[in-house]
Write a protein that binds this ligand. Sequence first.
Ligand SMILES: [Zn+2]
Length: 337
Amino acid sequence: MITLEYGGMTHYITLSERDIRGRNSSLQSVPTALNIFYSDSNPNKQLWYYFIPYVGNPFTGYHLVYYRLMLTAGINFLNIDSYYSNLISPYANVDEIITERSENQNSNRSNNSSFVSKTQDRIQLYAKTYGANKYESTVFGVALSKIADRPIDVFAVSEQDLQTLPQSSLNTFEQLGNITVYNTSLRLNRLIADADDARRLRSAAYNYNLLDRIGMKRCALCSCEIPEIIHGAHVWGVADIRSCEIIDDSQKYAHAISGHNGLWLCHNHHKLFDSNILAFDLDGRCLIKQSMPHSHESFIRESINVHRLGTSIISDDFKYYLTQRNQVINLNGYQAI
Ligand SMILES: [Zn+2]
């Protein structure tokens, strides 16, 4: 990185790589530059990115998403016009990031290093802590912080025994003021002593595992994609898991956060499922309880445009959880939607 004192400002200039191969190779210096920039308490400063002559392609779909994040995070390009003729603009809001990120991830399932989601009152960044991903998380966090309309929770997703983000990234997040970092062990089924934390972390781990397994929030029955009204719906319910006497606490936690033990449902369909007005058979067919008032039944039928769950949802483990659930309801009293 180059530091330039000019015009009463400190300019931090990070450079592209000469040989661009992997998706991260041309960008690996960016998160570090961001952290150095934020560690400087002088307010008169600017952060830049400069392309040096390269071999390879620094304008893949992945790179373009990353450049938009960089612009959103306040990193400006000094000479991108010399190499790329289309306009690249910063993200205007968090929904744009969620949508574009999920399109990028759906076309390349291995590219799932971090997830962004949101609820009614919070934004969630699920940030992996392993390898290059841990630095990418910094760019995501800063970009989200600049455009967030509500507080951000960053959940560090542990892998390979790493359970925290780098200290330099934690310092940057602290300075931004609207980010809370939860260093947790989402994949290790760890029981948390504090009850509030347990609830928050259980729900964070569950949502992360659902995102990882079945992709972005989209109601499995009506295809609604508004994240604020879409929930992870347990198939084997948490209360039933808790009262199961033949498994221990760590197994209960593992079932409660399993990405196979659920699907995304919008608020209405979640309530109808939890009330056992709607159910699923083991082939994934959506069923509706018989003996409903006709007007209710037709309202529900009209609200559903997917009559059978996709194969991406119905795994063997999902069927196991569905069997647990259906044990206590009599499917004879239901009919297909
Ligand atoms: Zn729905």
